[in-house]
Design a protein around this ligand. Structure first.
Ligand SMILES: [Zn+2]
Length: 743
């Protein structure tokens, strides 16, 4: 199965640095890659197993596409010219969408030795079935992709051009995804509609060579109806109404085409064209998006290095997406209206033009680009806000890992194996842990060397596949700090350390003395090696921060000299280490509920006037499992050891009510149709989270089914007619890593 996992990054992950996922497309490119493996196997059969796939199959270096969009008939008429350098194989294999009919083939610089065969490689197809476990009735088709082969006689190692003309319908309608905690992108493999066109490499709208994964440059000329605009990666070569030619500038894994009846707003930012392709009703948003995009580009120009392209675009999509392609980001109509997107996701997607789409990811050795983009965007914005906001962000990353992986049902994996986010659990690793690893590197080698190393990597490795190892070598070179063990510990190994403090003793007086204690690493497996932050608070209220250097044993005997009489000692109080968070270090949150696949849901009594409404809500929360019981059926024994959702039980909400006025966590709740949400820990077992939901009316309650999963990091929430009006976390009073000393 590791083949299949490593396969799925190949086509899709490389170009699109999206942060919401698109399931179907992924599955398809996964098939494409499975094919790649099969070809490799077959060709190995010819001998010479040590050769790379590239040296057997050759490379595709350039793809030139001319494509006319016909939205009314959901179709295209297109031609693609592929520059192929054959190696040992004399058949050009490719996949194309099965709605497309090929009506012309040309070979330049070589001789076609046979007709274009649909279904060449049936044995390959059989092996794909075997590898994927997918039975196909028609072994030449993989989902919506059809496999072709064209026999060609050509000089090995000399590029030739293959041209294909094709036309037909591409219309995989956008389906509303089943209820999911994280997925907000609707699913389609690609479609052409009067509302807009969305075509990805996985769509197969141009011939996909399932060969070597080599990068190709793209030149695309797109024709579209009057009143439409089209966007492809890279710079615009020529443009006139109804027709635009794009040049990818740099080699890509694949090309994404988006088009629609857009209005175009533009801004010149120091020679870089910032554009927004939007629907007429979004005109009022353009000022904010253009201005913010320009300032993000300026920010990263200064922080990392000059932007590599002539333009950047924000493109509105009529179904929900949040993708970042080179030179543009595709955001759904609802997404761009969310007030926080300009301040967070937009900057993140712009930053991917440096990390991911600028310096490319060598996926074989793990995807580092999400963690680094988070560190240079989402996290950095928090740091610019305040140290406290940054600390909170780190704690949230630790807590998400602890909830979803350590105490939840999601699987752990080393960063080396992270390809892309598919679940909340993979997100906590590929984004959260990865971001924390960059933070720990910065702590270890110092900010100056850290940022200088990032600038150097951007300079030296732009548009090259780059691995974790490349980063660590640069960090080492610029800092002189040896990090080989650090890479092994944090990139190759799954998991995280967890800590417990043994009895703490202080020998001394008001002039200081010695604190002694045992620090135990309580996680399974070998101990980690770390510098561990420690904070001492003195009787006069002053504080002192220090480090326990190179702590490495399972049990570490710590001796700390202090300058006055201490009252408190804290281990990693600012959450600077990636570690398992003790439950009591973090407030209870909704994530504690959503991390469980088998919750118990308690409805109010059947006599409750909102019983039916709560029942519908309960259904929404149990599509992946769980048990629903009526209020009358409740008995204590059923609650033991279960994560519980309490519906319609006002007493548990920590809300006060005075007539029509509600108060939650000190805030007065304004508006009609009030609903409140509250998370708390089980009094017997703090690892168990309880969640309560109460609302005034069906209009208050029903919107929560789809909304709450996006509020995982909060302890309490209030909504008015489905609109969030209050959110927050309950304060943390005490934790096992904060120890009082003396008196
Ligand atoms: Zn991202």
């Amino acid at each position: 199965m590791s083949y299949l996992l490593s396969a799925d990054k190949k086509l899709r992950g490389r170009t699109r640095k999206g942060d919401f996922k698109m399931k179907k497309t992924q599955g398809l490119s996964f098939v494409v890659l499975a094919l790649f493996l099969v070809f490799t196997i077959i060709i190995v059969g010819f001998g010479c197993g040590s050769e790379s796939a590239e040296s057997r199959i050759g490379t595709v270096d350039q793809i030139e596409i001319t494509l006319t969009l016909m939205p009314e008939s959901h179709s295209i008429d297109a031609s693609a010219t592929i520059t192929w350098t054959p190696a040992r194989i004399d058949t050009f294999f490719f996949l194309l969408h099965n709605g497309l009919e090929i009506y012309g083939v040309g070979v330049f610089g070589g001789v076609a030795t046979g007709r274009l065969d649909y279904g060449v490689g049936e044995s390959a197809a059989a092996q794909v079935s075997r590898l994927t476990g997918q039975e196909t009735e028609e072994p030449r088709e993989f989902g919506h992709l059809r496999l072709y082969g064209l026999g060609v006689e050509a000089e090995k190692g000399r590029p030739i051009e293959l041209s294909f003309a094709y036309r037909g319908e591409i219309y995989d309608s956008v389906s509303v995804p089943e209820f999911s905690r994280w997925q907000i992108a609707d699913e389609t493999t690609g479609l052409i509609d009067p509302k807009g066109a969305f075509l990805t490499p996985g769509t197969g709208y141009y011939p996909l060579h399932p060969g070597t994964g080599s990068l190709a440059t793209f030149k695309s000329t797109i024709e579209y109806p009057e009143g439409w605009e089209a966007v492809v990666e890279g710079n615009i070569v020529t443009s006139k109404p109804g027709r635009t030619t794009f040049d990818s500038v740099q080699p890509l894994d694949g090309s994404y085409l988006v088009a629609g009846p857009y209005k175009l707003s533009r801004l010149d930012a120091d020679g870089i064209e910032i554009a927004m392709y939007h629907y007429p009703q979004s005109a009022s948003l353009t000022g904010r998006y253009l201005g913010a995009s320009a300032s993000y580009i300026k920010k990263y120009n200064e922080l990392i290095g000059p932007y590599a392209f002539e333009r950047f675009s924000v493109v509105e999509n009529w179904f929900p997406t949040g993708y970042g392609m080179p030179t543009y980001t595709l955001l759904g109509s609802q997404v761009i209206r969310l007030p926080f997107i300009v301040g967070t996701s937009l900057g993140h997607e712009v930053c991917h033009n440096w990390w991911g789409n600028g310096v490319l990811v060598d996926y074989e050795s793990g995807n580092w680009c999400e963690g680094l983009t988070v560190y240079c965007a989402d996290y950095l914005y928090k740091l610019e806000e305040s140290e406290e906001a940054a600390k909170q962000y780190r704690m949230d990353a630790l807590r998400a890992y602890s909830e979803y992986i350590v105490r939840g049902d999601d699987e752990d994996m080393p960063l080396r194996d992270f390809r892309e986010r598919t679940t909340a659990g993979t997100r906590t690793i590929g984004y959260g842990k990865s971001m924390m690893v960059f933070h720990m590197v910065e702590q270890r080698i110092g900010s100056e060397a850290f940022w200088e190393a990032l600038r150097e990597i951007y300079r030296e490795k732009q548009f090259e596949r780059t691995s974790w190892k490349d980063f660590f070598e640069t960090f080492e070179r610029l800092s002189g700090v040896e990090l080989g063990w650090f890479l092994k510990q944090w990139i190759d190994r799954p998991g995280a350390p967890g800590f417990a403090i043994g009895p703490v003793q202080f020998e001394g007086d008001e002039d200081g003395g010695l604190i002694e204690f045992y620090l135990e690493q309580v996680q399974e497996g070998n101990p980690y090696k770390m510098d561990i932050p420690i904070r001492i608070t003195y009787t006069d209220g002053s504080q002192e921060d220090g480090l326990l250097h190179d702590v490495s044993g399972k049990i570490y005997h710590a001796r700390v000299l202090v300058r006055a009489e201490p009252t408190k000692m804290e281990i990693d109080p600012d959450f600077r280490l990636f570690r398992i968070l003790d439950q009591m270090e973090a407030p209870p949150t909704l994530a504690g509920f959503f991390a469980t696949v088998n919750p118990l849901i308690i409805l109010p009594a059947t006599t409750d006037p909102l019983f039916e409404t709560y029942s519908s809500l309960a259904e929404a929360f149990t599509r992946k499992g769980g048990e629903i019981i009526k209020g009358e059926e409740i008995g204590d024994e059923r609650l033991i050891g279960r994560t519980v959702l309490h519906l319609g039980n006002f007493e548990q909400m920590k809300v006060t009510r005075d007539g029509a006025t509600f108060t939650l966590a000190g805030a007065t709740l304004d508006g009609a149709n009030i609903a409140v949400v509250n998370a708390w820990r089980d009094s017997e077992d703090p690892s168990i989270t309880h969640l309560g939901i109460w609302g005034e009316s069906p209009e208050a309650i029903m919107p929560l089914g789809s909304k709450l999963p996006h509020y995982g990091k909060y302890s309490y929430l209030a909504f008015s007619s489905g609109r969030n009006i209050v959110k927050g976390q309950w304060p943390v009073e005490d934790s096992p890593l904060k120890v009082r000393i003396g008196g």
